[in-house]
Ligand binder design. Structure first.
Ligand SMILES: Cc1ncc(COP(=O)(O)OP(=O)(O)O)c(N)n1
Ligand code: 3NM
Ligand code: MG
Length: 207
């Protein structure tokens, strides 16, 4: 197993039934550690429906399903974990809602301090970004690859790199020590399709 693994982020909007076979094909193309369902501005019902349809696709392949932003919905719908940002539910509350065995990850932007706090509080991973320009969201910070190297040398808690990562720019983050690359557009918008993107990411992680 490669030292660095792929962490898929779903497209910003999706029709669960239509997206399910696309997701299945991407997951069947190679190694993916987890899938984050990230549906900003979707209603609770829409998120519940998406989890209902996509959870079996993900979990039947031994891939973890992480829900963005919403520990309450993640716990209620059988997700394996949740990702919380600095403006979402605080980590300690998220942990309480999710339980000790669930995955809880925390956005730390480009901040060593935020990451150390999250690590000390018991986060399962810390996420740094954005490393590259992205059209998926307006990032709050710009992170440099050296941050990943510093974290790796100091800490045991895994680190996730996120923001504008593509097959063409990912190598520097793998080499810098990222444990996971969180990718949305770089997979779903790959010119040869998501399955080809997963294969290409796997290949550069195995160099
Ligand atoms: C793996 C991962 N890292 C960072 C984020 C960003 O979270 P947040 O800052 O809360 O922003 P939104 O994604 O909620 O817009 C993430 N979702 N996943
Ligand atoms: C959701 C998210 N969070 C970021 C951060 O910097 O915290 S960047 C980002 C967008 C990730 O999508 P893409 O791979 O298409 O850039
Ligand atoms: Mg958030």
């Amino acid at each position: 197993m490669a030292d660095c693994r792929l962490y898929l982020i779903t497209p910003p909007t999706l029709d669960p039934q239509a997206f399910a076979p696309t997701l299945a094909a991407a997951l069947d193309a190679g190694d993916v550690a987890c899938v984050q369902l990230r549906l900003k501005d979707a209603s609770d019902d829409a998120v519940r429906r998406a989890v209902e349809v996509l959870r079996p696709v993900v979990q039947s392949r031994d891939v973890a399903l992480i829900l963005n932003d919403r520990p309450d919905l993640a716990a209620a719908t059988g997700c394996d974990g949740v990702h919380v940002g600095q403006d979402d539910m605080p980590f300690r509350d998220a942990r309480r809602v999710m339980g000790k065995d669930a995955i809880v990850g925390v956005t730390c932007h480009d901040s060593r301090h935020l990451a150390m706090v999250a690590g000390e509080e018991g986060a399962d991973y810390v996420a740094f970004g954005a490393f590259f320009p992205t059209s998926t969201k307006e990032p709050k910070a710009k992170a440099e690859p050296e941050l990943l190297t510093w974290w790796q040398e100091m800490m045991e808690v895994p680190c996730v790199a996120i923001g504008g990562i593509t097959v063409d720019n990912a190598a520097v983050l793998v080499d810098a020590g990222a444990d996971f690359l969180a990718v949305c557009g770089g997979v779903w918008n790959h010119p040869d399709g998501p399955a080809a993107a997963v294969k290409a990411f796997n290949a550069l992680m195995a160099r």
